[in-house]
Design a protein around this ligand. Structure first.
Ligand code: ADP
Length: 485
């Protein structure tokens, strides 16, 4: 018997190509497309920020404006919509006060209110559209209101009763905490205080976790890690309570977007059959970075936010060893905390012929690093999923990663498994362990045949969205089953 195709509403605060701050936008831009390719009616809904221009995206007004109640006031909202790549319908919620007058996604004093408005408007708009999904897929704290409202009050209305919810945690570090007055604003005063919430506050991430039919994170390893006090960001007691409903599904990458055979931004295009051409990308990168053109020296690359969680505090001693004692080159592309900008500048000044630090955000250079560096270093302390390591493997750049979250789930250590290894993995978050992994990589690099094998394996491992989209479909069906009619 073939299973019925599903109606899925995908809710996210950011989505490529409309607005991007981080990895959530990549997921929201590509997972719906993959679900649609499997035959499901998935539609994306997000706020219309001031930066999203109707003329740039071919968006048109849908239906009449409608009001939503907020505290003692009402706000007027209307919908504009269009179609994304791959035929996914997209709806943007337009409200002047909370979204259209704002020139960025996050970082306002009233973010908790703003995303409460998003959730309230999203639910109300379904009536206007007269479209009743089987499942609402809510993402991160910005959508925590939705399962909460459905569970606490929405179920009373027949239209909303049957809506199952899946709540995905992309990053537990951001939780959306506000004083309990927000419940008056949300007209949800019946919401119970959770023991993980600070006294007098509401935590939308926690509420989303507590009320969704099913919960998942973006890798299996991270789903385990967040159950511990070390990595649970204060929510581990709640997550342990709901452990039976918590799953992990690793993110994919968009294989059309990230393809060394067609990427117009790299100097020489190549695929697994024409790996020899990759050397020309390395030479072009060395030239662009003003590093000596040395074909044989291993070139280690990093493309990263400069944030503590990305393993920055290991870098100075490890790079001092790598560039001081080994015949290696290093290139970093990243922006973030000023102290790390200074740190990489110091390293560059100390090893001017070996290290280059480019302290900015540059989409094109990022691709040239993936296509030209020999090794990709990602020594993260915390990494819910991580995209860099998957992109690197797709481009024949061998990853060196710490065994955490999605890094542990996507890179197989070559030292532990010669027949399946795709990179080099270290366990302890120490400079010694990081250095050890680099040493193992350098040794393998010295043997051309081994290195080719590693590159080829990474390039042919399937990190596309299709497998993960099928996992999500299973979770949607399970959420529906648990929710009941
Ligand atoms: P996170 O979402 O925590 O930053 P991910 O590995 O999931 O980490 O995703 C990071 C993405 O952002 C990758 O696609 C990476 O190439 C890109 N990126 C990070 N820093 C830069 C930069 N300075 N310039 C260009 N792209 C960058």
């Amino acid at each position: 018997m073939t299973e019925k195709s599903l109606k899925i509403l995908f809710l996210a605060a950011e989505a490529v190509p409309f607005a991007k701050v981080g990895g959530l936008a990549d997921v929201a831009g590509s997972l719906p497309k993959a679900l649609r390719a499997l035959g499901h009616d998935v539609r994306l809904m997000m706020p219309r920020y001031g930066t999203i221009r109707s003329d740039k995206f071919d968006l048109a007004k849908i239906g009449e404006p409608f009001s939503i109640p907020l505290g003692r006031e009402e706000e007027c909202v209307h919908l504009i919509g269009g179609t994304m790549d791959g035929g996914v319908p997209v709806y943007l919620l337009w409200n002047d006060l909370y979204f259209s007058s704002r020139d960025r996604v996050y970082g306002f004093e009233d973010d908790a209110q703003r995303f409460t408005v998003f959730g309230r408007a999203a639910l109300a708009s379904l009536r206007l559209l007269d479209w009743k999904p089987d499942v609402i897929h809510a993402n991160d704290w910005h959508t925590g209101f939705v399962p909460t409202w459905l569970n606490v009050t929405g179920w009373r209305a027949p239209f909303y009763r049957g809506l199952a919810t899946l709540f995905t945690i992309h990053n537990l570090a951001y939780q959306g905490i506000a004083g309990r007055l927000i419940l008056t604003f949300a007209q949800l005063e019946e919401v119970k205080h959770l023991s993980v919430e600070p006294p007098g506050d509401v935590n939308w991430m926690a509420q989303g976790i507590a009320h969704a039919d099913l919960i998942n994170t973006v890798s299996k390893r991270y789903a385990q890690e967040i159950l511990t006090p070390e990595m649970g960001m204060g929510l581990d007691p709640l997550l342990r309570e709901r452990q039976e409903r918590l799953f992990g599904v690793v993110n994919g990458i968009d294989y059309e977007e990230w393809n060394p055979a067609t990427d117009p931004n790299i100097s020489y295009r190549f695929d697994v059959e024409t790996l020899d051409r990759r050397a020309a990308n390395k030479a072009a990168l060395q030239q662009q970075a003003r590093l000596p053109a040395r074909a044989e020296s291993p070139l280690v690359g990093m493309v990263t936010r400069l944030d503590e969680v990305k393993g920055m505090d290991l870098m100075e001693p490890v790079l001092t060893w790598l560039l001081g004692e080994e015949d290696a080159q290093f290139i970093l592309l990243g922006t973030g905390a000023p102290e790390y900008h200074e740190m990489f500048e110091r390293i560059q000044a100390r090893f001017p012929n070996r290290a280059r630090a480019i302290l900015k955000f540059d989409e094109v250079l990022a691709r040239r690093i993936y296509a030209g560096a020999d090794m990709f270093l990602m020594p993260s302390a915390v990494e819910p999923c991580g995209l860099g390591q998957m992109i690197a493997m797709r481009y024949g750049c061998v990853p060196i990663v710490r065994a955490t979250g999605g890094l542990a789930d996507t890179v197989v250590d070559y030292t532990a498994s010669r027949s399946r290894g795709t990179g080099f993995v270290f366990e302890a978050y120490t400079r010694r362990a990081c250095r050890g992994a680099l040493q193992r990589a350098l040794r393998a690099y010295g043997d051309k045949k081994t290195w080719r094998t590693l590159q080829r394996r990474g390039m042919t491992t399937d990190f596309s969205w299709s497998a993960s989209a099928q996992e999500y479909v299973k979770l949607y069906r399970k959420a529906m089953e648990l929710h009941g009619p």
